[in-house]
Design a binder for this molecule. Sequence first.
Ligand code: ATP
Length: 212
Amino acid sequence: MSAQGSETPAPFRVGLTGGIASGKTTVADTLGELGATVIDTDVIAREVVAPGQPALAEIRHRFGDAIVGTDGTLDRRQLREIVFADPDARQNLEAILHPRIRYETLRQADSAGGPYQVIVVPLLTGSELAAAMDRILVVDCDEETQIQRLLDRDAESVEQARRILAAQASRSERLAIADDVIDNSGTLTALREATVAIHRQYLEQAREHENG
Ligand code: ATP
């Protein structure tokens, strides 16, 4: 699937997902370093709400002028708090953002090239973007490890870390959509080794994909 629906086959695409603090960015950075084209939908999610973008006007219309700061940028923290507490608001926001993120992701991917592409989608479970991927790679670790890494990084408390985890797809929901799994319960060195191995697999599969 491509954004333009063109006849040229899309490049081999890997959807990279995983729970919060599971190690997605570390894996994506390594794959990028090894030569894959990496597209991060978190970056695109910020681009589509930049000042002047239609999505920002729609968000302002739905959530009120106070959601946009005096400098014209979206108050993401306030918006996060609103949708965390209100499922309808969350649905409204997703209806504004998701189609645009999807379109823009595929548009950028269509013109990006590379031996194969890695599209980082933190919430790939249940996303229509999953259908655009040739493989789905899940970076997996147990919840206690996720919580520990969150606490090491930025969560204020174990309770807050657990709330963040509870709001995401569960580990088993993620694993259910996986073609490939990288276990990130060990060291960073072990993670790198597993990532190098999966890179070789994807280079091979991308060649097969190209040869039809
Ligand atoms: P987020 O969902 O918040 O974007 P992420 O899934 O992209 O997170 P990373 O940012 O790659 O995860 O990793 C989260 C934190 O855990 C980082 O500080 C990273 O350095 C650390 N980390 C990842 N894997 C390991 C590991 N195997 N051992 C120790 N620390 C790790």
